[in-house]
Design a protein around this ligand. Structure first.
Ligand code: ADP
Length: 484
């Protein structure tokens, strides 16, 4: 595709048991470019039976993969990471094409996605157990770690590469096999990752990518007896449904669900740091991120100056197609995303909030929305309760620390939170009081492969990345060892 500047052929078919499946028994799904609405590819919608075949292929591939050494799996995963790096520009353009994000961010995502493969390649060598003495000192307790088995993954469209690698890399490192179902909007990046994995030496059946209508094939991925674990990233609503489906066969589950991240900016913050942090936390991926700052509480002493400075920065962002190199804000994923953003703004302004910047569909039209700052938003407004998933930054004025912590915690979500302050005692007090799995202090960027990513409350179960991420794909087996 010349328009997108892609360097490799675009794969448009699912990958199962080492083969490209070019017929969907349930029809096809169109993939569009959110910048133009133009259809860029049509991919097969697999039937439930075809997905069952993929799970069975993963099951057949398991014995050989799990019995290889950690070092051996490390070698394969490292080769995968190297191929991702070598094809970074192709992957970035594919992401920009099907997801819409600016190319600079897409390049960042490829590096971030690759970092999980590299990290878990190393971790494959470090899976270790324990040896303990029995209570009577007569024998030993030997604790082994074993792969969970066949895993399935259901991933969202907002980070088409990284949301796959941070599940597949630890799974494969641990000795599990996997069937991945990417979001309907972004299957092309998933196919490309599978192709690179195959080139790296991941054997047939170890990593499979299936596509189809989620209500049709989802139940196969969550209920098949051979599947021992489901890993999901997406909305809380769908996560609840998948957990309930998985309960029937008591599968393990990792859930990275929705968020409603509060940002707390105190009077004693370094203002430049706070401005940059808020901009990064909110406008990355046009606000389409589960850890994106969703509501910004600014202390009364700096509120007016801070609001004016933010409005100015938001107005300076360039809106445009991801593949145009100077864009900061790409199109939203679909028309429903635009409608949600508009509803949140309408609800806020009806309640007395003011539009300090933006507030409307961009002059480009389509799915482009102007970066928006809302002033005088009140706690309880829709925009503070629901994940907006768009470029809207609502500002809420607060007086006291106790008040803002209570507002921040007044949510069923508990994914990320951000605090801007230079007071060390306040830092520890507030970081301790916030109900969130991740807290950024004086930073709006908290995701990397070294840190444990995940939420509490209805934002999810389990952690991805870090030394803990591989445990999600390992079971403990204990052997009581006595002399005969
Ligand atoms: P988003 O709002 O970000 O699109 P979703 O939770 O709807 O979040 O989608 C995330 C992933 O979950 C996608 O891969 C989507 O296809 C999948 N999904 C949505 N509904 C279902 C379902 N009923 N069963 C299985 N997967 C689903």
């Amino acid at each position: 595709d010349d328009h997108a500047g892609l360097s490799r052929q675009i794969r448009t078919t699912p990958y199962v048991n080492g083969l490209w499946v070019d017929v969907g028994e349930s029809g096809t799904i169109d993939v569009d470019d959110p910048a133009t609405g133009e259809i860029v590819a049509t991919v097969p919608a697999m039937s439930r039976a075809q997905v069952r075949d993929a799970i069975e292929a993963a099951h057949r591939a398991l014995p050989a993969w799990r019995s290889r050494s950690g070092k051996d799996r490390c070698t394969v995963l490292r080769a995968w990471a190297e191929l991702v790096a070598a094809n970074a520009e192709h992957l970035a353009r594919l992401i920009a094409l099907e997801e819409g994000k600016p190319l600079a961010e897409a390049r960042g995502e490829v590096a971030y996605a690759g970092s999980f493969i590299e990290w878990f390649a190393e971790e494959a060598k470090r899976v270790s157990g324990e040896v303990l003495m029995t209570p009577q000192a007569s024998g030993r307790i030997v604790v082994l770690k074993e792969p969970v088995g066949v895993c399935t993954a259901i991933t969202p469209w907002n980070f088409p590469a990284a949301m796959i690698t941070r599940k597949a890399a630890p799974a494969l490192a641990a000795g599990c096999t996997m069937v991945v179902k990417p979001a309907e909007q972004t299957p092309l990046t998933a196919f490309a990752l599978a192709e690179l994995a195959a080139e790296a030496g991941v054997p047939p059946g170890v990593l499979n990518v299936v596509t189809g209508h989620p209500e049709e094939i989802g139940p196969e991925l969550t209920t098949h007896e051979l599947v021992r674990k489901i890993s999901f990233t997406g909305s809380t609503q769908v996560g609840r449904l998948l957990l309930a489906q998985a309960a029937g066969t008591v599968k393990r589950a990792s859930m990275e669900l929705g968020g409603n991240a509060p940002i707390l900016v105190f009077d004693d913050a370094d203002i430049d740091t706070a401005l940059s942090g808020v901009m990064a936390a909110k406008f990355r991926n046009s606000g389409e991120s589960c850890i994106g700052g969703n509501r910004v509480y600014v202390q009364a002493g700096i509120y007016d100056a801070f609001a004016a400075a933010l409005a100015e920065r938001a107005a300076s962002l360039i809106v445009g197609p991801g593949l145009e190199t100077d864009s900061h804000i790409g199109p939203l994923i679909d028309q429903a995303a635009i409608a949600k953003v508009e509803a949140h703004i309408a609800d806020a302004t009806a309640g007395g909030a003011s539009v300090l910047s933006g507030g409307t569909v961009d002059p480009r039209g389509g799915r482009f929305f102007t970066p928006t700052v809302l002033g005088n938003v009140l706690p309880g407004m829709l925009v503070t309760r629901e994940e907006t998933f768009g470029p809207v930054l609502p500002l809420i004025r607060f007086e006291s620390e106790a008040e803002v912590v209570a507002w921040a915690n007044d949510s069923e979500y508990g994914l990320a939170a951000y605090v801007f302050t230079r007071d060390a005692e306040r830092t520890w007090r507030v970081a301790g009081a916030l109900e969130a799995g991740m807290v950024g202090i004086n930073t709006g960027l908290i995701s990397n492969e070294i840190a444990p990513f995940g939420g509490i409350k209805q934002s999810g179960l389990g952690r991805e990345g870090s030394v803990h991420g591989i445990d999600e794909y390992l079971e403990l087996k204990y052997v009581a060892w006595e002399n005969a």
